[in-house]
Structure formats: structure tokens, C-alpha cells
Design a protein around this ligand. Structure first.
Ligand SMILES: NC(=O)c1ccc[n+]([C@@H]2O[C@H](COP(=O)([O-])OP(=O)(O)OC[C@H]3O[C@@H](n4cnc5c(N)ncnc54)[C@H](OP(=O)(O)O)[C@@H]3O)[C@@H](O)[C@H]2O)c1
Length: 265
């Protein structure tokens, strides 16, 4: 039987744009209760309004920087006051969506900047570890709860200029695999969803606000949208409670491989 998401608590990191914001609206449309985190609080508040309009039972926002342990702990303390500990009747977190992250720069290793490398490892790798460690006591056992991490095709295939980002997403993939082994027997499902080319703010952030360069990434192709990924995330979380979608690689039809993208002139 499909896992009903109505009234369920869904925690989404990186909910201020892209996949995270679309996921907030999509889980909202299921009637879920949302806890949304990211650094840009005004954007989060706007997303919460959209999620409530879509049908969310509740939507709450709090500033979160997954690259800082103190911020993660403050966020989870706030989340606990909203949800209540997993031990109390009917309480607990149903879905942890570790989505916050992204790429910084497209430099070769020879040209790479420490600050970019460190930011990518902080958000995509350590952020997932920190959030998961802090959220685990809150996650319900044996009732179809899920930890869903956002990986990337970059975690499977390397490309020039992507050394640190590819390493970070390969790290995310191995964290997901280790966690699934560690949580075996708890009933908590552990998944990674690994998208290819998707048009969000990802490239704008990677190219430090250079909108022209960011646009070129998608020129002539039909990329994935944030909504495509959000629909998949809802599908993963709503599988029957005994079904775990381990790893899901999803690319646009135009992207046959990382280096083979069809572009219309
Ligand atoms: N778009 C793609 O082509 C693609 C493909 C594969 C995987 N991904 C992955 O998908 C995830 C979402 O990216 P997106 O495409 O939706 O890009 P996006 O539109 O740039 O969204 C990234 C989100 O992550 C948040 N974030 C970044 N660093 C953070 C931090 N230190 N603490 C808290 N939140 C942080 C951002 O919020 P604030 O800036 O407000 O904190 C934003 O909400 C990322 O993990 C990315 O690596 C993207």
C-alpha cells in the first residue's frame, strides 16, 4: 500500500530554491507538514507561502547553514520543538530530505581555489552527515520513514573542472550506502536521487552570479526542471513502507551522458 504523506513531517534542507523549493510545494500538495531550512530566510518564507497554497497542512521555516555544526544543532532543536521526539505517541520526523548543496566554480585542479573546494565538501558531504546525525533521534522507526539524499550524475562520472564537486557527490553516494547498512533493521529507508542536467539556480551559483554563463549550460537543450525532481521525491517517499528505492539516476533525454548533450541550434 502507498505510504500516505498527508500530515507527515517532512524536513527539507536547501528549500529556498530549485529542487528544495519545488519539493516543498510537491509535498505540500500531499497535505504534509513542512520544516524548511536554508540560509536565505526571506526566500524560505516565500516558499512556505507557496507550499501552504499548494495544500501543506503546516509550513515552518528556520535559517540553516549545513556547513556549520552549531547552525545544524540550532535548527534541529527548533525542529524538535515543532515535532516532538520520536518516542512520543504519533510524533517524529517522517522524511529527511538532504538537498542543500551545489557546485562552486568549474576550475581545473591546477586552477582550483581552496574556498570553493571547502564550500563544496562542507555543504554536499559534511552537511549531509551533520544533518543526518542530528535528525536521526527524531526519525520514526518501522513506519515508512525515509532519508532521501540528493546526489548527482557527478557522483558517478567525472568531468573536467568538476574534480571537487564530483568527489563531493561520490562522497554523498557512499554516505548513503553506508547509512543504509547502518540503519538496516530500523525500518528507516535510505535513498539517493542523482539528477543530471536540471535548470535551477545551480549554474548561477556555480558561476558566482554570471547569468549569461549560467544560461549557456542549458542552451538548446531541454533540461530537467525542479518539478521533475520533486515529483520523483514524492514518489520515492510514498512507496509502500517495505520498498526502498536505493539509487535513482535521472537525466534529461537530451543528456545521453555527461559529455553527450544534444543541443538544437
Ligand atoms: N541542478 C542540477 O543540475 C543538479 C544536478 C544534480 C544534483 N544537484 C544537486 O541538487 C541539490 C539542489 O540544487 P539545485 O539544483 O536545486 O540548486 P539551487 O537552486 O542553487 O538550490 C540549492 C539550495 O541549497 C541551499 N544551500 C546551499 N548551500 C547551503 C548551506 N551551506 N546551508 C543550507 N542551505 C544551502 C540553497 O539555499 P541558500 O543559498 O538560501 O542557503 C538552495 O536552497 C544540490 O545538492 C545540488 O548539488 C543539482
Amino acid at each position: 500500500m502507498r505510504t500516505d504523506l498527508k500530515g507527515k513531517w517532512i524536513l527539507i534542507t536547501g528549500a529556498s530554491s530549485g529542487f528544495g523549493a519545488a519539493a516543498a510545494r510537491a509535498f505540500g500538495a500531499e497535505g504534509s507538514r513542512l520544516l524548511l531550512g536554508a540560509r536565505r530566510q526571506e526566500r524560505l518564507e516565500q516558499v512556505a507561502v507557496e507550499a501552504l497554497k499548494a495544500g501543506a497542512a503546516e509550513a515552518h521555516v528556520h535559517r540553516l547553514d549545513v556547513s556549520q555544526t552549531t547552525s545544524v544543532e540550532a535548527f534541529m532543536a527548533w525542529a524538535t520543538t515543532r515535532i516532538g521526539p520520536a518516542s512520543s505517541a504519533g510524533a517524529g520526523l517522517d522524511v529527511l530530505l538532504n538537498n542543500a548543496g551545489g557546485a562552486q566554480g568549474l576550475d581545473t585542479v591546477a586552477q582550483g581555489k581552496d574556498a570553493d573546494w571547502e564550500a563544496m565538501i562542507q555543504s554536499n558531504v559534511l552537511g549531509v552527515l551533520r544533518m543526518t546525525r542530528a535528525a536521526l533521534p527524531l526519525i520514526r522507526k518501522d513506519c515508512g520513514s525515509s532519508i532521501i539524499n540528493i546526489g548527482s550524475v557527478a557522483g558517478h562520472v567525472a568531468y573536467e573542472g568538476g574534480a571537487a564537486y564530483c568527489a563531493a557527490k561520490a562522497g554523498e553516494l557512499q554516505i548513503t550506502r553506508a547509512l543504509r547498512l547502518e540503519l538496516n533493521g530500523t525500518g528507516i529507508r535510505v535513498s539517493t536521487i542523482d539528477p543530471g542536467l536540471a535548470e535551477t539556480e545551480f549554474s548561477l551559483v556555480r558561476f558566482k552570479g554570471d547569468a549569461t554563463r549560467a544560461k549557456q549550460v542549458y542552451a538548446g537543450t531541454h533540461p530537467l526542471t525542479a518539478e521533475d525532481i520533486a515529483e520523483i521525491l514524492v514518489w520515492v517517499a510514498s512507496r509502500p513502507s517495505h520498498v526502498n528505492i536505493d539509487e535513482l539516476l535521472v537525466k534529461p533525454v537530451d543528456q545521453a551522458a555527461v559529455h553527450k548533450v544534444y543541443r538544437r541550434s
